[in-house]
Write a protein that binds this ligand. Sequence first.
Ligand SMILES: NC(=O)c1ccc[n+]([C@@H]2O[C@H](COP(=O)([O-])OP(=O)(O)OC[C@H]3O[C@@H](n4cnc5c(N)ncnc54)[C@H](O)[C@@H]3O)[C@@H](O)[C@H]2O)c1
Length: 218
Amino acid sequence: MKPFKISEAVVRRLPVYLQVLNDLHMRDVQTVSSQELGNKLDLNPAQIRKDLAYFGDFGRKGIGYDVSYLIEKIRQILKLDQPLNVGLVGAGNLGRALCNYNTYLKDNMKITAVFDAHPSMVGASINGLSVLPMDKLQETVAERNIRIGIITVPAVEAQNVADRFVDAGVAGILNFAPTILRVPDHVRIHYADFTTELLSLAYYLEKEGDDEDETVVD
Ligand SMILES: NC(=O)c1ccc[n+]([C@@H]2O[C@H](COP(=O)([O-])OP(=O)(O)OC[C@H]3O[C@@H](n4cnc5c(N)ncnc54)[C@H](O)[C@@H]3O)[C@@H](O)[C@H]2O)c1
């Protein structure tokens, strides 16, 4: 089949579908309708049907989607049907927490190497991984076929670490440091920020005396 481009919004929804489908699969549910998926995800069933129709016509009227088949298909589309190795730089509080979460990562994606610049961290064991010094980054990325780099260092160090990951040949970076990074076009960068999520959530909390009808400003 000719490769086609999927919109970013759809790509971001697919892992969410996958999570729900994996959960249904664990509970031995064989089929699911777009209506049921919609209820679980608080999404419009028509939107779900449209998203899934991108990849072929595999929903059956009146029966719904075969859960195992849909999981397999979404994993293929997200390229999770082959092992994907991840490297992490910054074995501090956040880095350690993410490495400890590693056990729960499914879908062939695993943190397979962790690095830190501080001598006191090097050699420490985190969830079965021994922290490596930064001068091992280049060779380890190549040897372990690491495709994604995670950055959990202080913001001032993040660009330097991103450059090291790029030079080592990763294809994607997930940055947790609160700073915007420059990477070449062939490297995809995503940001994860719990602080900005929390700050924007604060806006939606009702305050006593708030007007119900507010003017929306774009
Ligand atoms: N995105 C989020 O939701 C979120 C949440 C918490 C923290 N953070 C950010 O994550 C980062 C880490 O936070 P933390 O609390 O784990 O910090 P931390 O100080 O506990 O850990 C940082 C680690 O990075 C290492 N380090 C520093 N410079 C380095 C370099 N150049 N190369 C390799 N290793 C280096 C340090 O030795 C240390 O082990 C910070 O930028 C913080 O702002 C983001």
